[in-house]
Design a protein around this ligand. Structure first.
Ligand SMILES: Cc1cc2nc3c(=O)[nH]c(=O)nc-3n(C[C@H](O)[C@H](O)[C@H](O)COP(=O)(O)O)c2cc1C
Length: 204
């Protein structure tokens, strides 16, 4: 059987378009593999990754963002070193993206106000724990009261979660593309330079 070769296979411009199509689909479609990338950042001597939900994408500004708890460990890491990686993989598309960027942690500003207003009743539950995520406890717990665990709180009650809510913006510096194909893999590297993007092939 002849392998199916997509039109972006040997074309850097088309790959770049495909990257943004996949990212936008990841933001809009909760079932898309790109909806939940791994976000990696570093402390002094260690690197750590965790899954996050892609909450927004701007092709124009070349940035992405996700929500988090300001008390979480990743935010402490980012205060030391704002550079991180977002790692995406789509099995069907056979595409891996490693995106390096500089983060900005938004807290109690217009960006967080906008995002918090759009954060639904159920999603706000994540920000209603009294103790910081990752705190040591003596017995197993969700960290929430029974009422909050059972969604027995009003949208007004949930407003207190805004104290813990932040939006991590991720300004893209480079994107590494890997496409796995039986006919031969393809790897490409995109460097964001102010308003332009430099595009190069790499050995896979
Ligand atoms: C499917 C899924 C989605 C998640 N989405 C987020 C998210 O959007 N933001 C977030 O801070 N943590 C999210 N988490 C939890 C993180 O993976 C992680 O456990 C948590 O943020 C604590 O990480 P830290 O201690 O490194 O800060 C998600 C976990 C899973 C499994």
């Amino acid at each position: 059987m002849k392998p199916n070769i997509p039109d972006f296979y040997n074309n850097l411009d088309k790959i770049y378009i495909k990257i943004w199509d996949l990212l936008e689909a990841g933001f809009k479609n909760r079932d898309a593999p790109f909806h939940i990338p791994v976000f990696i950042c570093t402390n002094n001597n260690s690197a750590d990754g965790r899954v996050v939900v892609l909450r927004g994408v701007s092709k124009e500004d070349k940035n992405l963002w996700f929500h988090s708890d300001i008390r979480s460990r990743k935010i402490k890491f980012l205060n030391n070193n704002p550079i991180g990686t977002l790692l995406f993989y789509d099995k069907e598309e056979k595409v891996q993206l490693r995106i390096i960027g500089k983060t900005k942690v938004n807290y109690k500003n217009d960006t967080t106000k906008r995002s918090w207003t759009n954060t639904g009743h159920m999603s706000r539950q994540c920000y209603l724990g009294e103790k910081a995520p990752g705190s040591k406890v003596i017995s197993p717990t969700s960290g929430l009261t029974e009422k909050i665990d059972n969604y027995k709180y009003s949208i007004e009650d949930s407003e207190i979660g805004y104290e813990n809510f932040c939006v991590v913006e991720f300004f893209i510096q480079s994107i590494e593309w890997l496409y796995l194909a039986a006919k031969g893999h393809r790897r490409a590297f995109f460097t964001v330079k102010n308003s332009s993007v430099e595009k190069n092939w790499l050995i896979p």
